[in-house]
Design a protein around this ligand. Structure first.
Ligand code: 1PR
Length: 523
């Protein structure tokens, strides 16, 4: 029996699903006594160090945790659940950590995109049972902006390279912790959890222990989901955002089934976009929550969900905040939420007033769940002009002029699934959202969506150059070569596609084998 410490933020559903998948029972610690009497304690932490410590203290969990950690029984901390073992964190300077391990947690100091998001390797420094059965060259899923700096080399179990080597797992007797998420690391991660559950493996160093590790470029499968005219929830696909063909909503499959297929084919991440979320209220749209719950039972890679994340008042007059909507998604198995239309309104207000309110969806969700949990989905469309002085918006000189031969364009943000253009450009939106606390940009492109003509390299370069957070290139992939092109020409961290995967034109595995040797990918 595994006891899971849930302090209320983050996706514990995935951890529970992973443990249950391995045939073990899980109980969630509700009281201090549950912690003290646990046989094996698992602590998955997501979010902010400060709010986690305050919640632990508020619940009276700090003393029981310290008592458990001194008991000699097995403990596995995941992500923040590992960081909390140290003395404190730069993320919350006034908050003391548990102080079981000497050292502190600091923000990445690198020119690379932060957060560090994606699949990276580990170099093992001491024998351990945690990686038993693994070859050593596997990759695990990381998502964090802070990392531990240990004052005691003896407790460093693994390091990972991201600009420089950082501590990616710790071990001190039965106390173990991983910065990566085993529950999101596919079959490799399940092996780590299985080793923790059984506690009977021989400690060793995996045979193919790497001397250097490399972050893989991520390939993401995207499922645009909505109800069709019969009321069934289907995966659909737009052609420049028009999802109807001969008057009917295109139906390319069932969401849970397709997500399972992409996981099996090696997708590094799966994204669901509830594309009518801007007009429906997601907490009334329970099928979408069900899709997430069912998918997370069998899909052990990160799940992002978007659509309808905003403040909302239902027809009975009850108000919900965007944070409550997001919380329901996280509880149902999402790791990240993506905000579309509301991000545009938030950025417009911020540009108008120059003031952060702390109350926007971006700020509130980032505060509780961490920046890495907030993705901004941008739906831009090109607006051509003859020369840059014809618009107040930043323009690019384009290699693909429009039918009238105009050689400059800006990238106009839209809301409501591309239905309404706004006086805001995609580059500014990305920059402002980063300032407000977003952790990643999902950069769609209405002009390329569903066209199979390749990613919009000019748009992607412009946005990528404006931000320090990771960017997901989206829209237009028509063959494996388009992925190589976007990675080599723009430096984005990941690329997303929908149509070619749904229609079986190219499989995810084929994309990866094409990329192998050109860019780092997860096998
Ligand atoms: O505004 O917060 O409610 O979020 C709504 C979300 O739904 C946004 O993320 C928005 O991008 C998405 N959305 C709204 N309408 C559509 C539509 O297609 N009519 N889909 C839509 C956007 C774009 C991509 C697509 C890629 C790859 N889909 O995600 O999957 O373009 O396609 P491809 O590889 O086939 O070219 P809110």
């Amino acid at each position: 029996m595994i006891t899971l410490l849930d302090y209320g933020a983050g996706n514990v559903r995935s951890v529970i699903n992973a443990i249950e998948k391995l045939g073990e029972r899980v109980t969630v610690a509700a009281t201090a006594q549950d912690i003290i009497s646990a046989e094996k304690l698992l602590f998955p932490g997501v979010g902010c160090f400060g709010s986690m410590m305050r919640t632990l203290r508020g619940n009276g969990f700090v003393e029981p945790l310290l008592s458990y950690l001194g008991s000699g029984r097995p403990f596995l901390g995941i992500c923040l659940g590992m960081q909390v073992l140290f003395e404190g964190s730069e993320e919350a300077p006034g908050e003391a950590g548990l102080g079981i391990l000497p050292g502190r947690v600091q923000r990445f100091k690198t020119d690379l995109a932060v957060p560090h998001i994606g699949w990276n390797g580990v170099r093992v420094h001491q024998p351990t049972d945690l990686f038993s059965g693994l070859a050593g060259d596997e990759k695990f899923y990381f998502v964090h902006a802070y990392h531990a700096v240990s004052d005691d080399p003896a407790v460093v179990l693994t390091t990972t390279d991201y600009g420089y080597p950082f501590v990616s797992a710790v071990q001190k007797g039965p106390i173990q912790g991983t910065q990566f998420h085993p529950e999101k690391s596919g079959s490799v991660g399940l092996s780590v959890l299985e080793n923790f559950i059984h506690q009977d493996r021989r400690a060793s160093i995996p045979p193919q222990n790497p001397t250097q590790t490399r972050l893989a470029k991520r390939i993401i499968a995207c499922l645009d989901v909505r109800s069709n005219d019969q009321g069934d929830l289907v995966v659909t696909k737009g052609d420049r955002y028009d999802v109807r063909e001969a008057g009917r909503v295109r139906n390319l499959g069932k969401p849970v089934e397709l997500a399972g297929r992409y996981f099996a084919e090696g997708a590094d991440e799966v994204t669901f976009l509830n594309i009518t979320g801007f007009r429906d209220f997601p907490l009334e749209d329970l099928p979408m929550i069900q899709v997430l719950r069912q998918t997370s039972q069998n899909v052990f890679v990160p799940l992002t969900i978007g659509g309808g994340i905003r403040d909302f008042t239902d027809r009975n007059g009850r108000s919900y905040t965007a944070l409550e909507v997001a919380a329901e998604y996280f509880r149902s198995g999402a790791d990240k939420v993506s905000i579309g239309s509301d991000a545009v309104y938030v950025a417009e207000a911020y540009l108008r007033t120059g003031r952060k309110t702390g109350r926007s969806a971006i700020e509130q969700i980032a505060e509780v769940y961490g920046n890495q949990a907030v993705v901004i989905s941008i739906d831009p469309r090109r607006v051509y002009v003859d020369s840059p002085d014809q618009t107040v918006h930043p323009t690019v000189a384009t290699d693909t002029p429009d039918a009238e031969g105009r050689r400059y364009c800006w990238f106009q943000c839209t809301v409501k699934g591309g239905r309404e253009g706004r006086e805001l450009d995609a580059v500014t939106l990305a920059r402002v959202c980063q300032e407000l606390g977003a952790g990643e940009i999902l950069l769609n492109c209405i002009d390329r969506d569903g066209t199979n003509s390749g990613f919009d390299i000019e748009l992607i370069r412009a946005v990528k150059a404006a931000v320090r957070i990771p960017v997901i290139a989206s829209s237009g992939a028509g063959c494996a070569g388009h992925f190589a092109e976007v990675f080599q020409q723009t430096g984005v961290e990941s690329a997303l596609a929908a149509g070619i995967f749904h229609r079986g034109v190219v499989s995810i595995a084929a994309v990866k084998s094409h990329l192998n040797g050109l860019v780092e990918v997860r096998r």
